[in-house]
Design a binder for this molecule. Structure first.
Ligand SMILES: C[S@@+](CC[C@H](N)C(=O)[O-])C[C@H]1O[C@@H](n2cnc3c(N)ncnc32)[C@H](O)[C@@H]1O
Length: 365
């Protein structure tokens, strides 16, 4: 798509948002994120050097390979069902699944033959890219999890939950009031609703005025759906994302364009809008539905437990020094606490009473 087409689309989205605000009043941050996400992912080419951001599977093949190996152990924990649904939510370019499938066909062909593949993806442009990446496989695409056929499931999702809309509530003298998006003299602007409209846990009663607390109905809905499948089919799910282990105040809404932070309300639809995932809320939601919860653990720890170091040695064997350095630095980026190793967390869900899953300890991590 040309840059003038981008600009036209951005103007169209801004005009649509302004018309909506003029007719019906300020919109919530969640409504803004939802409108922007549809426009943004419809563009397709958002990943990699020429796009806006890079995800773990695009950094190193080891990420998808280890997720593939984890899926085999999860399948064993489910009793090795001969027919099951292997589902990925938000597969991006399809790189993670391609690396995972190459590995499982090598290591556990019975697992691979038993799997039917399903992608949950809204963007037509990305569905096309996924179709190209995984041309050798039969895949069914879905808008959401409700149409995934019966049977045991294994669900994976990397950097999917962070793309879902969040609501923000601001502590004021009157109580917790929702942060809204309106239209002012300088274009789209944030404002705080005049009346409190949120029920916030009393833990945060002492938060100073101006504090922001985030909640996500969309994440709660998706995690509830995933947890219900894990509890009932049965199934296991692996959710990886950046976020925090403990619910706390803070503004984590961010936009990334050309690999740099970008103002959240500027040129909507041209930057990737995300928020940190509240893993405490994810765990609580999953438990309330009857699923078992494993972790969360930091991504670096989880990848190392699964054998990132061993795989680095295998991949490096016999390679020229320059290639070895690239292999090492890309894996380091995934596991290093200064890079993605601690910011990103991994959580797994399973049926009630599920045995400990690979990479997660039996007690608390
Ligand atoms: C940040 S990308 C992550 C891509 C991939 N998992 C990776 O690690 O490279 C988010 C993905 O989720 C998809 N997505 C975002 N919101 C969605 C929604 N509500 N329903 C289905 N897919 C969605 C996007 O189109 C994209 O494929």
């Amino acid at each position: 798509m040309s840059s003038s087409a981008h600009t036209d689309n951005t103007s169209a989205l801004v005009n649509q948002l302004i018309t909506q605000i003029k007719q019906h009043g300020p919109i919530s941050v969640a409504a803004y994120m939802s409108a922007v996400a549809d426009a943004y992912y419809a563009r397709g080419r958002v990943f990699g050097k020429d796009g806006d951001f890079v995800t773990a599977p695009e950094i190193s093949q080891v990420f998808g390979e280890l997720v593939g190996l984890w899926c085999i152990t999860a399948w064993q924990a489910l009793g090795q069902p001969r027919n099951f649904q292997l589902v990925e939510c938000g597969p991006g370019r399809g790189t993670l699944m391609a690396d995972a499938l190459r590995t499982v066909w090598d290591v556990a062909p019975v697992f691979a033959r038993s799997a039917s593949l399903h992608f949950i993806e809204r963007s037509e442009a990305l569905r096309e890219e996924q179709r190209r990446t995984l041309a050798a496989y039969d895949i069914d695409w879905h808008k959401d999890l409700s149409t995934v056929p019966d049977g045991p499931v294994i669900i994976i999702a990397n950097e999917f939950l962070d793309a879902l809309p969040i609501s923000q509530f601001v502590r004021t003298a009157a109580g917790w009031c929702e942060r809204m998006v309106t239209h002012g003299a300088n274009g789209l602007e944030f404002e705080v609703a005049p009346l409190p409209n949120a029920t916030i846990d009393e833990t945060f009663d002492d938060a100073p005025n101006g504090s922001i607390l985030e909640q996500s109905e969309a994440v709660e809905k998706v995690v509830s759906d995933i947890a219900a499948l894990c509890a009932e089919r049965p199934g296991v799910a692996l959710l990886i994302d950046y976020g925090h282990m403990i619910t706390d105040v803070g503004d984590t809404l961010q936009a990334i364009k050309n690999h740099a932070f970008h103002p959240v309300l500027e040129t909507p639809g041209e930057a990737d809008l995300t928020a940190h995932v509240d893993f405490a809320a994810v765990a609580q939601t999953a438990r309330s539905i009857g699923a078992s919860v494993h972790g969360p653990v930091e991504q670096g720890l989880w990848l190392n437990r699964l054998g990132a170091g061993v795989r680095e040695t295998q991949l490096s064997d016999g390679k020229p020094e320059a290639d070895v350095a690239v292999i090492r630095s890309s894996i380091q980026r995934l596991v290093d606490p200064e890079a993605m190793g601690t910011l990103f967390k991994v959580i797994a869900l399973g049926p009630a009473g599920c045995a400990p899953l690979s990479g997660f300890s039996a007690g608390t991590d």
